[in-house]
Design a protein around this ligand. Sequence first.
Ligand code: VG1
Ligand code: CO
Length: 550
Amino acid sequence: MTSTIATPQVITQATQPIAGQKPGTSGLRKKVKVFAQPNYAENFIQSVFDVVERGDGATLVIGGDGRYHNRTVIQQAIRMAAANGYARVLVGQGGILSTPAASNVIRQYGASGGLVLSASHNPGGPDEDFGIKYNIANGGPAPEGVTEAIYQRTTEITEWRAVDTADIDLDTLGVVDVAGMAVEVIDSVADYAALMEKLFDFGAIRAAVAGGLTMSFDAMHAVTGPYAHEILEKRLGFAPGTVRNGVPLEDFGGHHPDPNMVHAHELFETMFGADAPDFGAASDGDGDRNLIVGRGIFVTPSDSLAMLAANAHLAPAYAGGLKGIARSMPTSAAADLVAQSLGIPAFETPTGWKFFGNLLDAGMATICGEESAGTGSDHVREKDGLWAVLLWLNILAVRKQPVAQIAAEHWAKFGRNYYARHDYEGLPTEAANALMGELNGALATLPGQVFEGLTIETADNFAYTDPVDGSISTNQGVRILFVGGSRIVFRLSGTGTEGATLRVYLERYEPVGGDLAGETPVKLADLIAAADGIAGIARHTGRTEPSVIT
Ligand code: VG1
Ligand code: CO
C-alpha cells in the first residue's frame, strides 16, 4: 500500500497596503511591536517574493541575528516561501546566521537571494527593534532599484500566501519537507569558518598565539559569539575566555550591540587598563561591523580600513594586490591615500553596503569600508566584522609589532586623518528636516564664508553615479569642504526607528611631518564649533552636545 502525503493547503490571506514599508539604508527596520502587527511582516515578505528575480527551483536563504521575534518571522517566512514556489530554503541552526555568513551561504549554494532578519546594532527585545533585509543572488543587499520595487509593491499589495503547516524544528540540523519544499537547517558557522581559513594564514596566527599574542573579543551577546568561539578559541588557539559575552541573547543582555566606545566600554577599559592584551575587538548585533582597539590605542574605522588596505598583501587572499578600494562618502579619505600610493583606483559611494556590490562584482574594488565600523572585501557582498578582525590578526602575526606601532608608521607614511562622528539621536523629525532643508538652501552661498577661522571652499549635496550600471543616487549628504582639506559632512540616518538622527562627520588631515600624535577632540575643536555655526544644530534641535561620539 502506498501512502500519500496530503499537500498542505495554500492559504491566501487578503490584506491591504500598510504605510511606511520603505527600506532604509539597510532594509526595513521598525519596532518589534510594529512588525508583530497582523500582516506587517507578511506584507513585506510577500512584496519581496512578488518582485525579486528567481528561476524555477530557486533556493532562498533565511537567517537572523537571534534577536527577539527572529524565530516567529522565520517560521512564517518558510511557510510563505513554500507557497511562493521556492524549491529549497537554507536556514541557519536556531535561526542564526551572521549577515556576512548569510551572504556567503547565498553565494556558495547558488541561492537566488536571502532574507536577513536583523536590526544590526539597534537594541532587541519586545519593546525594541527588528528588521528584514533582502539580499540578491550575489549575496549583497538589494540595490536601490530592487528595494524601490519592493516598496512600490507594499503600496499595492492585496494578498499574501502561505502553506498551512506547523513550525519546523530550527534547532536540529537536517532536511525537512514543508509542503514539497525542502528546508535544510544548516550549521551556522561551518561554511563561514572554512571560508576564513581559505583567506587567512591560520598557521601564522596560531604560531603568534603560541608565541604569546593575546586578544579580547566582545561578542556583545550577539550573533558573532558562536563564530568567535569556533574561530578564535578553537581554531586559532586563543585562551578560553578570550571571547566574552559569547552567548547570543534575544535582548543582547539588555545592551545595544553597537561596538563603539559607549556600548563596548568594558572592552575599552580592558584595552586601556593594566595588563591589556595585545589586541581588542568587538562586533555588532548581526556580525557585520568591527571595532578595533590595540593596547592603549583606539583605531578609528576609517583608519582601520586604510591600514588593512595598506597591509592586506600580508594575507594569502590578497597577496596578489588589490584591484581598488571603495569607501562611503562620510568615511575619511585615509583609504584614498593608500589607493594613491598603491596606484589603484579609489571609489567614493553613498552610505550603505548596497553601493559596493557592483564595484565588487565588476572586479573594480577588492576592499571596501565605512566609517561606521564596517569593512569587508570581495569574499562576500556584505561588510564582515570577523573578517576584519582576522585580517588584523594576520597582519599582527606577520609584522610582529604592536597595533600602536603599526598605526604610527602608517601615519608617518601617509599623514593622519583625524576623524570623529557626532550623532544627535531621537530628534523631532521636523527639526531635523528643517536643519537639513536650511543647510541645503544655503549651499550656494556658503563658499567663501569663514567659520572659526576656517574658510569654506566648496559645499554640495553628494550625488553618486554608479560607474557600473549608471544608476544615480541623489541627496546622500551635505559636504562642506574647507580650504586646507578639512571637511564636515551632515546627513540624516536611514536606520533609526524613533524620530530622526543627525550625523555630523568631522575630518582634519594632518600631513606627513605634522602633529601626528594629537588628541582627536583637540584637533577637531574648531570643526566642531564650525559645524554648529554652519548648520545651527543648537538653534534647530536645542542640543548643545551630541548623544554619541564615535
Ligand atoms: C548606518 C551607518 C552605515 C551602515 C548602516 C547599516 O546607516 O551609518 O554606514 O551601512 O548603518 O549598518 P545610517 O543610515 O543610520 O547612517 V548595519 O551594521 O546596521 O547593517
Ligand atoms: Co550590522
